[in-house]
Design a protein around this ligand. Structure first.
Ligand code: CA
Length: 231
């Protein structure tokens, strides 16, 4: 399991400790010292998860969580609140703003990793590293292998990530902008039609086993991977 995790924490010592812990667990940590900095970073690239300190100078952790959950683009990014308080009411407030879980400081690396794993599995399956299957199409992120009805399928790195995202978010329509955010990681410098180019390559690669029909074009909206026949 390897996820890009944004740590928002004003205390440098804790920030570095958490980043080191995440790195040792195989994740890619990125850090922000304030909510303002975190907002600027998220505007550029969506992380797979955010570890968010409750007590921040300027915009508070709760306020940042509220803003991210109110924005359609960032709503689905899971958030784990880091709190130094033992107060039940604070935990309830945190969860009410849309945070997925909370960790009370001081915490052990083992506890943190277990909670991250659980939340990723639940909320960001593309980062959880589990093998996925749909109608005989198999993708295993651990071995980077794809097969259709048992026959290996060769994919380029972008097509692999694209298929992985679509398979872990099946039956939902994704706009080109959303796919750029989720698969390319940075929606600013890539054109929308780049998505169409890679969808075409992906369909071509899936043609031999007939799995290209799983990828549906939804006119005016984007793309969807679906086990159901196209309407
Ligand atoms: Ca703090």
């Amino acid at each position: 399991m390897s996820a890009t995790i944004l740590i928002v924490e004003d205390e440098a010592a804790i920030r570095e400790l958490v980043a080191l812990n995440l790195q040792q667990a195989g994740h890619r940590p990125v850090v922000a010292a304030s909510a303002e900095q975190a907002l600027a970073m998220v505007r550029e690239t969506l992380p797979d998860m955010i570890l968010l300190d409750w007590m921040l100078p300027g915009i508070s952790g709760v306020e940042l969580a509220r803003r991210l959950k109110a924005d359609a683009r960032t709503r689905d990014v899971p958030i784990i609140m880091l709190t130094a308080r033992g107060d039940e009411q604070d935990k309830i407030t945190g969860l009410e703003t849309g945070a997925d879980d909370y960790i009370t400081k001081p915490f052990s690396p083992r506890e943190m990793n277990a909670r991250i794993k659980a939340v990723l599995r639940r909320r960001a399956p593309q980062a959880a590293g589990d093998a996925v299957e749909m109608k005989g199409l198999n993708l295993d992120p651990a071995t980077h292998r794809v097969s259709g009805d048992g026959h290996p399928i060769e994919l380029g790195p972008t097509e692999f990530r694209l298929l992985h995202f679509l398979m872990t978010h099946a039956e939902r329509v994704h706009s080109r902008a959303q796919l750029l955010d989720q698969v390319w990681g940075n929606h600013v410098f890539v054109e929308d039609r780049t998505v169409d180019v890679h969808i075409r390559r992906l369909r071509l690669a899936l043609q031999a086993s007939g799995h290209d029909t799983l990828i549906q074009t939804v006119r005016g909206s984007g793309y969807r991977l679906s086990a159901r026949a196209e309407e």
